[in-house]
Ligand binder design. Structure first.
Ligand code: F6R
Length: 274
């Protein structure tokens, strides 16, 4: 795992967008796995800016979202379909036929989940998977206790996730209790993984999944076993890491390799001169 500690939320978002940009330049027809929630909003904003101002091209990109609430139609303002449309897709030149999000209204959920997995395979697998992390350690909606080999399926949300996500809904009672989510096993098959987290409320769980044991209690900890993972944190989210000094040292040392093939420094976002 490569842990990149950034100054603040904006720098975290900039670094994440740079990693995605680099992937699209390397492979314009990349398959991206995407997340919703508050954390990736800044990353999506920066991707939109790069599309508008630098011509970053999404015309050949395919995307797979991690999850969708059960029972919410795509037009529902709190559905993840709506979130993605509003916060990314309608602002970039992605082909609508190459956007995949689980269908929260699927009649036969099991066969829909199997279909979703097949579409990922048909697309050639996910090249780069963007993730957030829940305060209970979940990735996608793989709540504590989820099988570390799990595939796309229906999941019951924990009470703490329902409470966390109530901020997006008018009333706490409106938060769905179920979601269709990629499994930990599905996510683990992505060629590269990029997890972002910001804020003090994520500090304890970040220390657990990065430096604690691999356990189904914190499904993000499974990422320790993946060969290519970048974790981009702001200082607050990194504040309980025991090895923070070492992670910063690694980033400083890597500066010396800039210019060598495949080495890119994400250490510091250029500060705009206004
Ligand atoms: C969203 C998702 C979730 C969120 C997590 C963090 O598609 O899969 O795992 O990434 O709940 O949410 P925020 O970013 O709102 O703290």
């Amino acid at each position: 795992m490569e842990v990149i500690i950034t100054r603040d939320y904006d720098e975290m978002s900039w670094v994440a967008a740079q990693i995605i940009r680099r992937q699209l330049i390397r492979k314009p027809d990349s398959v991206l796995g995407l997340a919703t929630g508050s954390t990736p909003l800044g990353t999506y904003k920066e991707m939109i800016r790069m599309h508008r101002e630098e011509g970053l091209d999404f015309s050949k990109v395919t995307t797979f979202n991690l999850d969708e609430y059960l029972g919410l139609p795509p037009t529902h303002p709190q559905s993840y379909h709506h979130f993605m449309q509003e916060n990314l897709f309608k602002h970039i030149n992605i082909h609508p036929g190459r956007i995949f999000i689980p269908n929260g209204m699927a009649e036969d959920i099991d066969s829909h989940c199997r279909w979703y997995e097949e579409q990922i395979k048909k697309a050639g697998g996910i090249d780069l998977q963007l993730l957030g992390i829940g305060s209970d350690g979940h990735i996608a909606f793989n709540e504590p206790g989820s099988s570390l080999g799990s595939r796309t399926r229906l999941k019951t949300l924990t009470e703490s996730t329902i409470r966390d996500n109530a901020r997006f809904f008018e009333r706490a009672e409106d938060v769905p209790h179920f979601a269709i989510t990629m499994g930990v096993g599905t996510i683990f098959e992505a060629r590269e993984i990029l997890l972002i987290a910001g804020g003090e409320e994520k500090a304890a769980v970040c220390a657990e999944f990065i430096e604690g044991p691999v356990t189904a209690r914190v499904t993000a900890s499974m990422l320790q076993l993946h060969p290519i993972v970048k974790v981009v944190l702001d200082e607050a989210a990194a504040s309980q890491l025991k090895q923070a000094g070492y992670y910063c040292w690694v980033q400083q040392q890597k500066q010396k390799l800039v210019g060598m093939p495949s080495q890119v420094s994400f250490l510091r976002r250029p500060v705009s001169k206004k």
